[in-house]
Design a protein. Structure first.
Length: 200
């Protein structure tokens, strides 16, 4: 049956969609985009090594160039500014409680490696340590610091992964104190073939 003479079809669909949508308080809008993987960022200033928890990490391109936000409220900030280097360590979902506890105390008065029984491992290109218990580590150098927004732009210079790690699941902060762990993995590689960089 032809639909040429049924001009009201689209307005009806639009009206249905509008009824299904609800307003979200703008102060909760960040939760729509928050769930990147929670990471641990290590720094080293002299002999003092520290870890901070970061849940907002931005991948900027394939090189890899990355960014995150931190400021004077974090003890690692000064070390990051002075040394212009760090390690982004990616913990598994099994480490979530430890990772949250790390984010709830300050390196100003806590040796986080000792307190949380984590192993600092020597990096290849930076003084900040890898975290041996994490499933992956990325050595980074700061290539830009946008002071107005406390934004650090990083260049990844050396990557490590633990192939023997039993848990490969990362986890994500929702923003309200709850977290989501990775679930079933599915592939659309065939559809994205022309968009993927070589070797990925």
């Amino acid at each position: 049956m032809s639909t040429k003479n049924q001009p009201h079809t689209m307005p009806t669909v639009r009206k249905t969609i509008n009824r299904a949508m609800q307003e979200l308080p703008i102060e909760r809008a960040f939760m729509l985009l928050e769930p990147g993987p929670v990471t641990l960022v290590t720094t080293a200033a002299g002999r003092k090594k520290n870890i901070m928890t970061i849940s907002w990490t931005l991948v900027m391109d394939f090189t890899p160039k990355l960014a995150f936000v931190t400021g004077p409220w974090n003890h690692s900030f000064e070390a990051l500014v002075q040394t212009k280097e760090c390690v982004i360590a990616i913990p598994s979902a099994d480490m979530s409680e430890t990772v949250v506890k790390i984010g709830c105390c300050s390196g100003a008065d806590t040796d986080k490696f000792r307190t949380f029984r984590l192993t600092p491992a020597k990096a290849k290109t930076v003084k900040a340590p890898l975290i041996a218990e994490c499933i992956a580590n990325l050595e980074c150098r700061v290539i830009d610091h946008v002071k107005k927004h406390n934004l650090f732009v990083l260049e990844g210079v050396q990557a490590w992964i633990d192939p023997a790690s039993k848990s490969r699941r990362t986890f994500h902060a929702v923003g309200d104190g709850t977290f989501v762990a990775d679930g079933r993995k599915f592939s659309h590689r065939a559809l994205m073939a022309e968009k993927l960089p070589p070797g990925v």
